[in-house]
Design a protein around this ligand. Structure first.
Ligand code: ZN
Ligand code: ZN
Length: 273
């Protein structure tokens, strides 16, 4: 889960997202609309008898805020929280497992703020089932999946890798850029991201206000997606002044066609090729 505003727990209930399935919560910054739901979620996880560790990633101060609340309510959680606080303005890996890495995206906001870039690791080659060699050992299967040919004892090629396997599926990526001023320097880190979430608090009429308040406009978000060569852009964090979001999506699409509003409850799938 990335960011956890006040009503997150209610939304999880409404959309049938099980809290027990969440092992990592990443917080972008310590403005209330991005983390005030955290304590409630931690309490509910405790009441439901969670035992598994919970990994909590965020800015400096997050562990102190949570620990103090637990201390004064004399709550001893029946699961461990593993805190990890990133360094502001640095690009660093905050999580890695065998399938993916998550790194921070240093943003430009009034308080220390990082987005998160989730990248799949390179995948193995896929077998061409029709041409799959019969009776081969697990070691040989691993060799083929890693791109090697299969050789006989004399070193002759038994199975040429390119003939019995297909290239791996592409490594997909998702970038979440929460509250930030338009920051052109992000283009390099966001290059070719498949799905980009970028805040667009304002429309173009409030461009100056966006800059003053460390936020972005829809056009700026779209410019970022275009410059980075993103696959799709998701817009969110709209100012309540816009009752009709038509202006936001219209302006974004005038710059980057594959722009969408992050409507509550909607699912966006990162397309595999
Ligand atoms: Zn903020
Ligand atoms: Zn915000």
């Amino acid at each position: 889960m990335i960011d956890c505003g006040e009503a997150t727990q209610l939304r999880c209930k409404r959309f049938n997202i099980k809290l027990s399935k969440i092992d990592h919560i990443l917080i972008s910054h310590l403005h209330g609309d991005h983390y005030l739901g955290l304590m409630g979620i931690l309490s509910t996880m405790h009441l439901y008898g969670r035992k598994n560790d919970l990994f909590l990633v965020g800015p400096p101060g997050l562990s102190e805020i949570i620990t103090i609340q637990l201390r004064y309510s004399e709550t001893r959680l029946n699961f461990h929280i593993k805190f990890s606080e990133w360094i502001p303005n640095a690009q660093q890996v905050v999580m890695e497992n065998e399938k993916l890495t998550i790194e921070t995206i240093p943003l430009d906001h009034r308080v220390p703020c990082s987005g998160y870039l989730i990248k799949e690791k390179p995948k193995k080659r896929r077998f061409n089932k029709a041409l799959m060699p019969v009776n081969i050992t697990p070691v040989d299967i691993a060799r083929l999946k890693n791109g090697f040919d299969l050789l006989d004892d004399e070193g002759n090629i038994l199975y040429k890798n390119s003939e019995v396997t297909f290239p791996p599926n592409p490594n997909l990526s998702y970038a979440y850029c929460s509250d930030t001023r338009f920051k052109p320097a992000l283009v390099e880190q966001l290059a070719k991201v498949d799905l980009l979430y970028h805040e667009s608090t304002f429309a173009d009429d409030m461009k100056d206000r966006a800059h003053e308040t460390f936020h972005s406009t829809a056009k700026e978000a779209a410019q970022m997606a275009k410059s980075a060569g993103a696959g799709k852009l998701l817009l969110g964090h709209f100012s309540t002044r816009y009752k009709d979001l038509g202006v936001i999506i219209g302006e974004a699409r005038s710059v980057f066609k594959e722009s969408y509003l992050a409507n509550e409850g909607e699912t966006f799938t990162i397309p595999a090729l």
